[in-house]
Each structure stands twice: as structure tokens, then as C-alpha cells.
Design a binder for this molecule. Structure first.
Ligand code: HEC
Length: 409
């Protein structure tokens, strides 16, 4: 009888391990996970035994929990939008043994899908993943990664979707009454060169991109990426886009190799409102978040470098330090503009940067240097941000300042 009890106890522990999937996490690691969930930074992917539908209206999508992610205009570096926009992106994630899929929805009053004129821009959405993750690596810089931490971006474009759904909308199709071109060959250089944006026949409305910092964005073959986007007219003319992006876990070609056994998969999002002339760096962005694969164990190592904040940090003290160290000389801060426009805008840092990045930026300004004019000295490539000496600014000071900056959103 006793033996049976021990056995059933063992069975119960095993069952619990399988169900919760967190056998190897100690109390501290489990609390990191809890704090990530509490901060809205954890997106749980639901496992399905069917194929992931590329059709966003499929009921299979209702199985996944919907997460609402605040998304805010990129404001730290030029070019920026004139007025700051805050909105929300609703995200659902599904996976099976072969694929991962995301369904993204966001409000957009107008459909901007014709980009035939130079002053017209299309609506778009993108997700971004680090190429290497899960072994305690630092997260890539939120804007297109960096030299040490390259990223893979899946970019759905309304204009490409329209090309597929309604046929190619080029200059000739848009301006039907235009003067005929006498030398059409001159205008065919894009398609002839195989430029991805000039293609008239598309297999997919999403582009698979690789990047390792600003100005390094490279289009590659689709790697099996599939997508479908639909604009739905809502009540009172308030419409919304609903876009599905899905890809095999292992890419067929360039792209992140997603291994569900690695635990948390870092992800970040961006949207572009074509009607608001948004393109390239003028877009809305979010800070890094993490996909957790429901039912799969999370190895402790994947949580190692994720910081959710510092328990001993003092926000008020952090604000006072930011004042005394005169960060305002270079950075915009709430209520005051920078003396000289030589640093990034810090007024909304908490919405787009994690506390890990903020503390790294303060301690090691040269780890990721935002490569905009005046942000670095061209001769050395070094950041103009001062490197504070340990005798002037200690660990506690850095933690307090980073925690204060984290509250700015
Ligand atoms: C002499 C000008 C200067 C001063 C003073 C300065 N910074 Fe910076 N800082 C910069 C520049 C330029 C960058 C962007 C280049 C880079 O990535 O290092 C930057 C980057 C940053 C970043 C990263 C933000 C991003 O968009 O990537 C943070 C956070 C930051 N500074 C905080 C501070 C704080 C807090 C202080 C005061 C303790 C301060 N800075 C003082 C010039 C300055």
C-alpha cells in the first residue's frame, strides 16, 4: 500500500511537470515568468493539431488567447511623425509541430494599398525575431537589430495583398488616362533588375527580410512565409486590418530557426499607416515581448538575461539623478526640450525599450550606437553619450535611472 502511494505521488509530480512544463525553474526564475505575464510581456501560443489557417476568419484562431499590445509612434530618432500616436495591436499565436502562426489586428480607418505614386504609401505590419535566442543572449536593438544580434523580419504589405487579390496596381493601371510612355523601357529597370517592390506577379503579400542594424535591411526568398490580410469595415466607419502571418518553424532558406524546446521566443511588432504617410522609420513600435509555447517546458537558460526590473530601485531618486547629471543637455525629457538636439528623445522610452536595454545604454553607451548624425563621432564611431565612471555613477544609480526611464511612456 505504501509503495503504491509513493508511486502515485511520483506519478502526480510527473503529471504536474508535464502539465505546467516548468520542472526546472527555481522560485526566482518562476517569478521572472510571473512578472513578465503581469507586465503583459508574455504571449502564450496555443498548440493545435490541425494546420494553421492562413484565413484569419477561421474559428481555429479563437482557440488562441487574444493579447492587446500598446503600440506607439517611433519617436526616439528622426525621421519621426509630427504627432505621437498610441494605439493597440491584438495578437493571437498558434503553433503545431511544424509551423507557427500569428493573427494581428489593428484599427485603421482607411485602406491604403495603392503605392503607384511616389507620395502614396501603403498600410503594413511586421513582426521581428532575433536570429539567435534562448541561450542567454542579449536582445537585439529594437529598431532592426544590431551588428551582434541580427534579426529576421516578416513584413506584410497592403499593396502586395492588393496586387494578389485585385491584380497589379502600377502607374499604368492607376492612371489610365495618362499620356502613353514613348520610351517604356526606361521605366522597366526595376522589374528587370528583379527589385522585390517592382514585381508585378507576387506569390505572397509578405516579404522575408534580414537586418543587422539601420540601413542593412535585405530582402530574401520567402523561406516558406505565407500571409493573408483583410480590411474589415467596422461600425461608424472605423475599420480594422486583420492579418495572418505563418511560417514553418524551421525556415526554408534565410530566417529564424524556431525551436519550441528553447522556451521563450522574443518578438516585437511594428505597424505603418500609409494614409498618414508612414514608411520606413516613421511607424509605430513596441518593446520586445516573449512567446511562450503552451505545454512546453521553459529551460532556465532562456530566462537568464531577461530582466523585469530591480526590486531595490527608487524611481524618485532615479529622476533626481537624471536631473543632476544633466541628461537634458542632449535628450528631450518630459516637460523640457534638450539644450542641443544631439541625443535620442527619451520621453517615451518605457513603451519601446526594456529595462535591460536602458541599463545597458547607460552603462555601455558604445554597445549599440544609434547611427544617426550627431549621435556618434564619425572619426571613432563612438557614441557622444558620456561613459560614466564607476566612482561617479554606481550600480544603484544606474538601476534607479533605468527604472525611472522605464516609467516614461
Ligand atoms: C553629450 C550628450 C549626451 C548626454 C549628456 C547624455 N546622453 Fe544619452 N545618448 C546620447 C546619444 C547621442 C545617444 C544615442 C547614441 C547611442 O546609442 O549611444 C544616447 C543614447 C541614450 C540612451 C539609449 C536610447 C536609444 O534610443 O537607444 C539612453 C537610455 C540614454 N542615452 C540615457 C541618458 C541618460 C539617463 C543620461 C544622463 C545620465 C544621458 N543619456 C546623457 C547623448 C547623450
Amino acid at each position: 500500500m505504501k509503495k503504491l502511494n509513493t508511486l502515485s505521488l511520483l506519478g502526480a509530480v510527473l503529471l504536474l511537470t508535464v502539465v505546467t512544463g516548468q520542472a526546472r525553474l527555481n522560485a526566482q526564475e518562476s517569478s521572472v515568468l510571473k512578472r513578465l505575464a503581469a507586465a503583459g510581456d508574455l504571449l502564450i501560443a496555443r498548440e493545435v493539431d490541425t494546420e494553421i489557417p492562413v484565413d484569419g476568419s477561421s474559428r481555429v484562431w479563437n482557440k488562441a488567447k487574444a493579447y492587446k499590445i500598446p503600440i506607439i509612434s517611433q519617436f526616439s530618432v528622426a525621421p519621426r511623425v509630427k504627432t505621437l500616436d498610441r494605439s493597440e495591436l491584438t495578437v493571437r499565436v498558434l503553433y503545431n509541430d511544424k509551423e507557427i502562426g500569428l493573427r494581428l489586428s489593428w484599427k485603421d480607418r482607411t485602406v491604403d494599398e495603392n503605392v503607384a505614386a511616389t507620395e502614396r504609401f501603403g498600410d503594413a505590419v511586421a513582426v521581428c525575431f532575433p536570429m539567435t535566442y534562448g541561450n542567454g543572449e542579449r536582445l537585439p536593438y529594437v529598431g532592426m537589430g544590431d551588428g551582434e544580434q541580427p534579426v529576421n523580419i516578416w513584413h506584410w504589405k497592403a499593396a502586395w495583398q492588393a496586387d494578389i487579390d485585385r491584380g497589379f496596381q502600377g502607374v499604368a493601371e492607376t492612371y489610365v488616362n495618362r499620356m502613353p510612355l514613348t520610351t517604356p523601357v526606361l521605366y522597366a529597370s526595376g522589374p528587370e533588375a528583379g527589385a522585390p517592390i517592382s514585381q508585378q506577379k507576387r506569390a505572397t503579400p509578405a516579404e522575408n527580410l534580414m537586418a543587422a542594424g539601420f540601413g542593412t535591411l535585405t530582402s530574401t526568398a520567402s523561406a516558406g512565409l505565407r500571409a493573408q490580410g483583410v480590411w474589415q469595415k467596422g461600425f461608424l466607419k472605423k475599420g480594422a486590418w486583420r492579418v495572418v502571418l505563418k511560417r514553418p518553424l524551421s525556415p526554408r532558406g534565410h530566417g529564424v530557426d524556431i525551436d519550441v524546446a528553447k522556451g521563450l521566443l522574443p518578438i516585437t511588432f511594428a505597424t505603418w499607416d500609409g494614409g498618414g504617410s508612414q514608411r520606413n522609420g516613421t511607424k509605430s513600435i513596441t518593446r520586445w515581448r516573449f512567446i511562450q509555447f503552451a505545454g512546453k517546458e521553459i529551460p532556465a537558460v532562456s530566462l537568464r538575461t531577461i530582466s523585469t526590473g530591480f526590486s531595490q530601485a527608487d524611481v524618485e531618486r532615479g529622476k533626481r539623478l537624471v536631473d543632476t547629471l544633466e541628461c537634458i543637455k542632449c535628450h528631450n525629457l518630459p516637460g523640457a526640450a534638450a539644450a542641443k538636439d544631439v541625443g535620442t528623445d527619451l520621453r517615451f522610452t518605457g513603451a519601446i525599450f526594456r529595462v535591460d536595454y536602458l541599463i545597458d545604454s547607460l552603462k555601455h553607451p558604445n554597445q549599440v550606437v544609434v547611427p544617426a548624425p550627431r549621435y556618434f563621432t564619425p572619426a571613432t564611431g563612438l557614441s557622444t553619450m558620456p561613459q560614466y565612471a564607476p566612482e561617479d555613477v554606481n550600480e544603484q544609480d544606474f538601476q534607479d535611472m533605468a527604472t525611472y526611464l522605464r516609467t516614461l511612456q
